[in-house]
Design a protein around this ligand. Structure first.
Ligand code: PLP
Length: 381
């Protein structure tokens, strides 16, 4: 008999989601607009402190619209974190623009400010000033915001924050996603809260968010007939999905605490192992610990590498996953300019994401601990 599967990160509904969805059915608001969409946008603003929010069909569509709003077009260059999920960079290609990848620093695993400045200076010298910077807060950990903001301001390059993994995280008390000109959240099924699929674009600039809503609903001009003077997109969030989101917003703080508890569990578990470190929140930041991530150095842990650990967990039907493979190493992106320092390549080699769902039970954690210790203790004795 095999045990039930323990997922890396699975949806976790609260009490009210179904009620909101029922309400959408009862009132026949089964469309990509309606009271839940407006209510969910208000909830996002209230929670993050952003002034305006547009609820969209995905985080990817939010990044795409952010680039369109900044006028990014074919031949332009856009700087992007290399250590991320491909959805951060794909919208650059949708616009026919060129991604310029920037590597990570070792503390937060996010974009290295030193390399960022080097990249901006170099591109300007080549006559191609970047149109935007897409900065990712990976795994819910804040990037070095003071440094990054200072550089973007000094060179006057607009910042888009990809906070798809970082809803609920803060830097010096301010929500991630609210530092840049625009911020992006994702509500995909594996994120800290979900609408089954969905995203949001936030900004303190009302005009940008209103324009995002306009473009996301097929860019229809103000006329009784269908009149168009812009290319439009079908990127709005459904009122049914927004109903799920409204319920999820009410349990978001609880979900953050549950994921942080997972992190503390792993931190304590690995405390005694010299060659294992966890990605932890830097000073002055608060992390939602969306995924608990570890690094394992085989030479210090009896030759056990991250893949051995992943397979040992898989044997007991427990899902773990390698860290993101850097974009500058991806076949589809490797021909683009990249400013690298070896950090993300090393992280990819030594890292592993551990089961991190807010719905993990004590029994689940016990199973994970047993499976991990079985392989770790066998080799280190
Ligand atoms: C999930 C994710 C996205 C994309 O969000 P979707 O809602 O799945 O389109 C973008 N960037 C990062 C870093 C993500 O983790």
């Amino acid at each position: 008999m095999t045990n039930d599967k323990i997922w890396l990160s699975s949806p976790h509904m609260g009490e009210l989601e179904q009620q909101y969805v029922n309400e959408a059915f009862a009132t026949n608001w089964i469309a990509p607009l309606g009271p839940h969409v407006n209510g969910f946008e208000e909830d996002i603003c209230h929670y993050t402190g952003a002034k305006y929010a547009a609820a969209l069909s995905s985080g990817t569509s939010a990044i795409h619209l952010a680039l369109i709003l900044l006028g990014v077009k074919a031949g332009d260059e856009v700087i992007c974190s290399s250590f991320t999920f491909s959805a951060s960079a794909n919208p650059i290609a949708y616009q026919g623009a060129t991604p310029v990848f920037v590597d990570s620093e070792a503390e937060t695993w996010n974009m290295d400010p030193v390399l960022l400045e080097e990249a901006i200076k170099d591109r300007i010298q080549l006559g191609k000033k970047p149109k935007a910077v897409i900065l990712v807060h990976l795994y819910g950990i804040a990037a070095k915001m003071d440094e990054i903001m200072e550089i973007c301001n000094r060179y006057e390059v607009p910042l888009i924050e990809d906070a798809a993994e970082a809803l609920g995280s803060t830097y010096k008390g301010k929500a991630l996603g609210t530092f840049g000109l625009m911020g992006v959240y994702s509500f995909n099924g594996n994120k800290i809260i979900t609408t089954s699929g969905g995203g949001a674009l936030v900004s303190d600039n009302q005009e940008l968010v209103e324009k995002a809503r306009f473009l996301a609903t097929q860019a229809r001009d103000n006329a009784p007939h269908y009149q168009h003077s812009h290319i439009g997109y079908n990127y709005r969030m459904s009122n049914v999905c927004a109903g799920i989101g409204r319920g999820q917003m009410q349990v978001l703080d609880e979900r953050v605490q549950q994921r942080r508890d997972n992190f503390f569990f792993y931190e304590k578990l690995f405390n005694e192992f010299d060659g294992i470190t966890m990605l932890s929140e830097p000073q002055d930041t608060f992390s939602n610990h969306w995924l608990s991530c570890m690094l394992i150095e085989p030479e210090k842990v009896g030759g056990i590498d991250s893949e051995t650990l992943r397979l040992a967990l898989a044997e007991d039907n427990i899902e773990a996953r390698p860290l993101w493979k850097p974009m500058h190493l991806q076949p589809i992106f490797e021909q683009y300019p990249a400013y690298t320092n070896g950090t993300s390549e090393k992280l990819f080699e030594y890292g592993l994401c551990l089961p991190s769902g807010s719905n993990l039970t004590d029994t689940d954690r016990q199973r994970i601990e047993t499976a991990l210790l079985k392989v770790l203790q066998k080799r280190t004795q």
